[in-house]
Design a protein around this ligand. Sequence first.
Ligand code: HSE
Length: 402
Amino acid sequence: MAKVAVLGYGTVGSGVVSVLDTNAAEVEKSAGEALELKYILDLRDFPGDKHEAQVVHDINVILDDPEVEVICETMGGIEPAFSFEKSALEKGKSVCTSNKELVAAHGPELVELAKKNGVSYLFEASVGGGIPVLRSLNDSLKHEKVDSITGILNGTTNYILTKMDKEGAEFSKVLKVAQEKGYAERNPEADVEGYDACRKIAILASLMSGKHVNYEDIYTEGITKVTIEDFAYARTMGMAIKLLAMCKRNENGFFTMVSPFLIPLENPLASVNGVFNAINIHGNMLGDVMFYGKGAGKNATASAVVADVIDIVKHRGKHINVNMKAEKAVISSKDNAVRSFFVRVPLEQEDQAKEIFGSKIEVIDGGEANHEFAFVTDMISEKDFEERLWKLDSVKGYIRLF
Ligand code: HSE
């Protein structure tokens, strides 16, 4: 019987306990032996809880117990989670986590530490909640040369964009309702500014490159500037607006970014609505494969953590290889990426926009009603676009085309 400890009895931690309880028979069948929850670390007590007796307040109780094989870190944040994980790995205990902030910042060095100590460090739940995308990259797609990963990696922003599109409601109103319903955090910055998606694509990009893609090197724009007028134009163009996180292989290494994009309705990512996540992976032999599912939520995320525990127990005594090294990956600047851009300027600037962006622009219907001129540029580089944008007297908004 494998003994497990859970660090943090919050949403995900209590979900892990619930999966271990509810699906005990299935977990045993899958792992080949029963899993026993020996400890729960939390600052609080939980009087009356079924697992009250397992709650401890001192991490050393867990670290010093040789019976504990696997630690599930579901506390979140960098410290003390980082110190706890390092100590656990150094003591020969495997660790699995849902902590995307920590994995994005220190995942590769923790993988190396696990390898050095002959144990495993797994983090399926850190990207896409319950979607088994990391395990697929690490296993079924290991032999593929992955050219690109494109994902809708944040449920909160996808919910907000879906509501804005379907109900014609302004960003601030939808955000307020989402907060009231508990879909969005009270401090929504990490979601709406794209930081959460940035950390998740940093983890995927690290796995794709086999090195460490630092999330601070990833160009990130959130959804706060997307308006309901943009959705009206998008419908005219037969497109959807989605916050995409992407990583592409190029001749210099890798290019990665997070930004709202206009994507054609025929692209499967355009149909991903509400709090759902989806990740499209393009392998050189396989072509496109898309993963879709619940990117957040207690049980879905906890299920992914338990999948890691099972993997670890099945590979007892072995380090499960994860394609990540602490060496920094080379990330190309976004300047050379080439695409078209949808731009809105005040109507008086029509001539100026045509002069600056040239005759190859495509005018988008519907601008006059808003007293504006809307158009799509020719394919130009990000740098070229930025330089031309600066020449305009004013800009009402712009969105990249996928
Ligand atoms: N805030 C995240 C989201 C939770 O909305 O997707 C899951 O990481």
